[in-house]
Design a protein around this ligand. Structure first.
Ligand code: NAD
Length: 487
């Protein structure tokens, strides 16, 4: 645990000031079960103070030119580029990420890149083709022109999950700020310390007070207060569908704008002409990645019956190379899941699948390690009606369901409450493309598990509302205004 000061006093960041709390709660390293810090427990009143500060800061921030706001983001990216390498130990400890993931994906790269990408001017206003009008009671005949102008939404509460705390927050903060909004960040209870370091970077980069605020806490009270208060105009939420549904319901009272990035149960269709080797490699690359705690993972394999045994054997063989172990060891591929409660939940899903008739091919046992570990687990002979096939496990668990033709594969892929990210593996790309167009999923990747980072990202059905990333991510943080004139 080198480089971690367990006794450091952490504070909330509200209106450009560091605010102490009466209570704190323990942040636990899921790899060792040891306490790595004590996070501030914000009261409801402090969450509301943060929202009020963001509201007060809004007029001056939105009045800046985009170039000036881009300057702030650019300075923040510079500060982050310098500091984030020093954050790896702490962020690794609070997230339980393996060394490789902690270095490359939890801190510097993705976080700095998000701010850099957004540190420029974006003109997303657009003209509407002119409209001819006859004389009416409202006015004379003529040509009506219009512009679609984008205004900031206002105060955005960014409520985020535990799996990639910094990248999740950066993905919201950067587009929200460049479009002229001010923010209150409420990170996940399990790993908020890196976000408090981000707040320090924001402060030192010279952002005006109140533009960015951070409140942390273990319970639902502080984020629920942000959902209720009229001082917040928009909730940008990433997290479980269960909490997302609560936010959706509660935010109606103040008619908040919503961007909801929720759960997933990614289908991977393997057609009868697919390359089993590359499909299996692709599944395996995500299967144990961050211990399966990734919303886009292809955990629901829908495999043509003619390739079924070969696929199961191939996945079984690859799992032998997925070393489970101490997250700090260089050769570890699969570290712990975030908490004991979550480990138990994942185990219950595995046992439930076996009880419902699935065949346990590999995994299933609890590794003999001090932290909260789950071995990569493969369940074959699955049916679509099993809980483990329907529900998001958010752990290293892959299920395999057979299909006989493309229509059945599509029907099985769509037999899900979720629709976030799906995959098609086929030797015929045109066939894969046709299949993709029939899958009810916000994103589909063909013969690859690589997302396009500037393509729209988001979910159909219970996987969310709205789209993130690229131009769509900028639009999400704006209100649409039509300005028209007669000529
Ligand atoms: P979670 O839903 O338990 O918590 C997310 C956030 O909601 C936390 O910050 C929590 O404090 C807050 N919260 C809790 N109760 C609340 C309430 N009543 N009102 C407002 N906010 C409240 O999610 P998690 O366990 O941290 O993360 C895992 C989930 O996130 C998975 O379902 C995963 O699929 C999803 N996820 C989705 C994406 C995506 O882009 N679609 C990305 C990452 C994770």
């Amino acid at each position: 645990m080198s480089g971690i000061d367990v006794d450091r006093e952490w504070k909330l960041y509200i209106n450009g000031e560091w605010v102490a709390t009466d209570a704190t709660y323990d942040i636990v390293d899921p790899n060792t079960t040891k306490v790595v810090g004590r996070a501030p427990e914000a009261t409801t009143a402090q969450a509301l103070d943060a929202a009020a500060a963001a509201k007060a800061a809004l007029p001056a921030w939105r009045a800046l030119s985009q170039r000036e706001r881009a300057g702030h983001l650019s300075r923040l990216a510079d500060v982050l580029a310098e500091r984030t390498p020093d954050w790896v130990d702490l962020v690794q400890a609070e997230t339980g990420a393996t060394l490789k993931i902690a270095r490359t994906m939890q801190v510097s790269g993705a976080t700095v890149d998000r701010f850099r990408w957004h540190a420029k001017e974006f003109d997303i206003d657009e003209a509407v083709p002119p409209f001819t009008t006859a004389a009416t009671g409202l006015g004379p005949a003529g040509l009506v022109g219009a512009m679609v102008h984008r205004q900031p939404v206002g105060v955005v509460a960014c409520i985020t999950p535990y799996n990639f705390p910094l990248t999740n927050v950066a993905g919201k903060l950067a587009p929200a700020l460049i479009m002229g909004n001010t923010c209150v960040i409420k990170p996940a209870p399990q790993d908020p310390l890196g976000i408090l370091l981000l707040a320090e970077a924001v402060h030192d980069a010279g952002f005006p007070p109140g533009v960015v605020n951070v409140v942390t806490g273990s319970g639902p009270e502080a984020p629920a207060a942000l959902v209720d208060t009229p001082d917040v105009n928009m909730i940008s939420f990433t997290g479980s569908t269960q909490i997302g549904a609560k936010i959706y319901e509660n935010s109606g009272k103040t008619m908040k704008r919503l961007l909801m990035e929720l759960g997933g149960k990614g289908a991977m269709i393997i057609t009868d002409d697919a390359d089993v080797g590359s499909a299996s490699q692709a599944i395996a690359s995500v299967w144990g990645f961050h211990s399966g705690q990734i919303c886009t993972a292809p955990t629901r394999v829908i495999c043509h019956r003619s390739l079924y045994d070969q696929t199961v054997e191939s996945l079984k063989a690859i799992s032998g190379f997925m070393k489970v172990g101490d997250a700090r060891a260089d050769d570890t591929l699969v570290g712990p899941v975030i908490t004991e409660v979550h480990r138990d939940r994942v185990e219950q899903f595995i046992q439930g699948g076996i009880d419902e008739g699935a065949t346990l091919v590999v995994g299933g046992e609890r590794p003999d390690l001090p932290g909260y570990f789950v071995a990569p687990t493969l369940l074959a002979d699955c049916r679509s009606d099993m809980h483990v096939v329907q529900e998001e496990v958010f752990g290293p668990v892959v299920v395999v369901v057979p299909h006989d033709d493309d229509d059945e594969a599509i029907a099985l892929a769509n037999d899900s409450a979720y629709g976030l990210f799906s995959y098609v593996y086929s030797g015929d790309t045109a066939r894969a493309y046709r299949i993709a167009q029939q899958i009810e999923s916000g994103n589909v990747a063909l013969n690859s598990v690589q997302p396009h980072m500037e393509a729209p990202f988001g979910g159909f059905k219970m996987s969310g509302v709205g789209r993130d990333r690229g131009r769509w991510g900028l639009e999400a943080y704006t209100e649409v205004q039509a300005i028209s004139w007669l000529s």
